[in-house]
Ligand binder design. Structure first.
Ligand code: UD1
Ligand code: UDP
Length: 388
C-alpha cells in the first residue's frame, strides 16, 4: 500500500503487526504475542527488525516465536542515524506487504520509534505498550526519552504500566480516554519464565558451575549498557566493580551486553579477577536464576529495575534519573549514578548494614500482576469492534 493511504477496512480477525528488534522488547512482547496468537479475534503477524541479533534470538527461541518478517538490520557498533534510516525503510516495506489493521510497538528503542513512524506514514493506528514513561530529561536515558515522546505523539492506544505513566501522558495533552493503565508485560514474562523453569528446571541449570565456584559468597548481579554511560561512565562502573570484588565475602556475576562499547572496557578492566565472572548474555531463564541467587542487583537497565523489586531484590540504579520512579518511591530501588566512589559506598552499606538491606529488600511490585497482556488484548478487541 503506498504512503498516505488508509488501512483497508476488514472484519475480524483483525490483523495485528507486532514490531520489535531488541532483547527487552522481545521479553516484554512475547506474552502479548502468545495472547494474540491464542485468540481467534486476531491474526498476529510478527516482524523483527533484528536491531539486536543474538540477544533477540535468545528470547525468540525460549518463547517459541518464529517471526514472519526478519529485517536482520544489525551492524557491528551501529550508529543511531544509520540504524534508524534502515529501520524506517525496512519496516515500511513490511507494512506494505503485510497490510495490517494495526501495529503494536513497545517501549523506547529505535525500532519502536521507527515502527511507529512507518505506521503513521501509512495512517495505520499504532498501539504503544509501556507508554508514558518519562524521566523529564532528554539526555537520560538517551535517546530513549525522546523516542517515547515521539511514539506518544502518534499512538492510537497508550498502554501505560502505572498511574504515574498515565498522568505523564495526560499532562502532555494525550486524550485520557486513549490511555489505559494495564501494568507492565514484563511481569507476565517473569511469571511465564518462572512457571517454565518450574516445569523444566534444567532450563536454568547452566549457572551451576558458577554457583559452586562462588558458594558461600554474597552475589552481586550486574548489567550495564546505556549509551549515555559510554566512556567515563563505563570506566567508573568498572572501577567500582574491581573495588567491590576486593572483598573476600563477595562475588560479582556480570553477563556482559554484546555492545562493543561495553565489552571493551569491561574485558580490559575486569578479566581474570577471582571474584568476578564476566559471562555472555544469559537467556531469560538463566537471567531469572541470576535474579534469584543475587543479593543485590547493580544495573543501568530499564527492565531489571522492574524485575528486581518484584522479586524483593534491592536494585542500585547506575543512572542520574529514571523514567521508572515507582521502585525508588517504594524504597526498593535507589539511584546511585555512575561515580565509582558512590557505587562502592552504596553497595558496602547494603552488604554491611542489615537494617539498610532489609529496608530495601521488600518484595514490591508496582509494575503489574501478570495479567497485562490479557488486558491489552481485550482493549484491542474493544477498539477493533468499535471501529468495525
Ligand atoms: C538498544 C536500545 C536501548 C535498549 C537496549 C537493550 C536504541 C537506540 N537502543 O541499545 O534502548 O535499552 O538496546 O539492550 O534503540 N550487539 C550485538 N549483538 C546483539 C545486540 C547488540 O553484537 O545481539 C552489538 C552490535 O555491535 C550493535 C551494538 O551492540 O551494533 C549496539 O546495539 P543497539 O541496538 O544499537 O544498541 P544497544 O546499546 O543495544
Ligand atoms: N536480561 C537477560 N539476560 C541478560 C541480561 C538481561 O535476559 O543477560 C533481561 C532482563 O531480565 C530484562 C531485559 O533483559 O528483562 C533487560 O534488557 P536490557 O537491560 O538489555 O534493556 P533495557 O531494559 O535497559 O532496555
Amino acid at each position: 500500500m503506498p504512503c498516505g493511504m488508509t488501512a483497508p477496512s476488514r472484519t475480524l480477525p483483525a490483523r495485528i503487526l507486532v514490531v520489535f528488534g531488541t532483547r527487552p522488547e522481545a521479553i516484554k512482547l512475547f506474552p502479548v504475542i502468545h495472547a494474540l496468537k491464542a485468540d481467534p479475534r486476531f491474526e498476529c503477524v510478527v516482524c523483527v527488525s533484528a536491531q539486536h541479533r543474538q540477544m533477540l534470538d535468545q528470547v525468540l527461541e525460549i518463547a517459541g516465536i518464529v517471526p514472519d518478517h526478519d529485517l536482520d538490520v544489525m551492524q557491528p557498533d551501529q550508529t543511531l542515524d544509520a540504524l534508524t534510516a534502515n529501520l524506517l525503510t525496512g519496516l515500511g516495506k513490511v507494512m506494505d506487504t503485510a497490510r495490517p489493521d494495526r501495529v503494536i510497538v513497545q517501549g523506547d528503542t529505535a525500532t519502536a520509534m521507527a515502527g511507529a513512524l512507518a505506521a503513521y506514514y501509512r495512517k495505520l493506528p499504532v498501539d504503544h505498550v509501556e507508554a508514558g514513561l518519562r524521566s523529564g530529561n532528554i539526555h537520560h536515558p538517551w535517546p530513549e526519552e525522546v523516542n517515547r515522546k515521539i511514539i506518544g505523539g502518534m499512538a492510537s492506544l497508550h498502554f501505560a504500566p502505572t498511574e504515574t505513566a498515565r498522568n505523564a501522558l495526560v499532562k502532555e495533552n494525550v486524550d485520557p480516554a486513549r490511555v489505559h493503565v494495564t501494568g507492565n508485560t514484563v511481569i507476565d514474562a517473569l511469571h511465564w519464565v518462572t512457571a517454565e523453569i518450574g516445569h523444566e528446571p534444567s532450563l536454568a541449570a547452566g549457572l551451576a558451575e558458577l554457583e559452586a565456584r562462588f558458594a558461600g559468597k554474597r552475589i552481586i548481579g550486574v548489567t550495564s549498557h546505556r549509551r549515555e554511560n559510554f566512556g567515563e561512565g563505563m570506566e567508573q562502573i568498572a572501577t567500582a566493580i574491581r573495588r567491590i570484588a576486593e572483598r573476600s565475602d563477595t562475588a560479582v556475576i556480570f553477563p556482559v551486553h554484546l555492545n562493543p562499547n561495553v565489552r571493551k572496557v569491561m574485558n580490559e578492566r575486569l578479566s581474570g579477577l577471582d571474584n568476578v565472572a564476566l559471562i555472555e548474555p544469559l537467556d531469560y531463564p538463566h537471567f531469572a536464576r541470576l535474579l534469584a541467587i543475587a543479593e543485590i542487583m547493580l544495573t543501568d537497565s530499564g527492565g531489571v529495575q522492574e524485575e528486581a523489586p518484584a522479586l524483593g531484590k534491592p536494585v542500585l540504579v547506575m543512572r542520574e534519573t529514571t523514567e521508572r520512579p515507582e521502585g525508588v518511591a517504594a524504597g526498593t530501588a535507589k539511584l546511585v549514578g555512575t561515580s565509582a566512589k558512590t557505587i562502592v559506598s552504596e553497595i558496602s552499606t547494603l552488604l554491611d548494614d542489615k537494617e539498610a538491606y532489609e529496608a530495601m529488600a521488600r518484595a514490591h511490585n508496582p509494575f503489574g500482576d501478570g495479567q497485562t497482556s490479557r488486558r491489552i488484548v481485550e482493549l484491542l478487541a474493544d477498539e477493533v469492534r468499535h471501529q468495525a
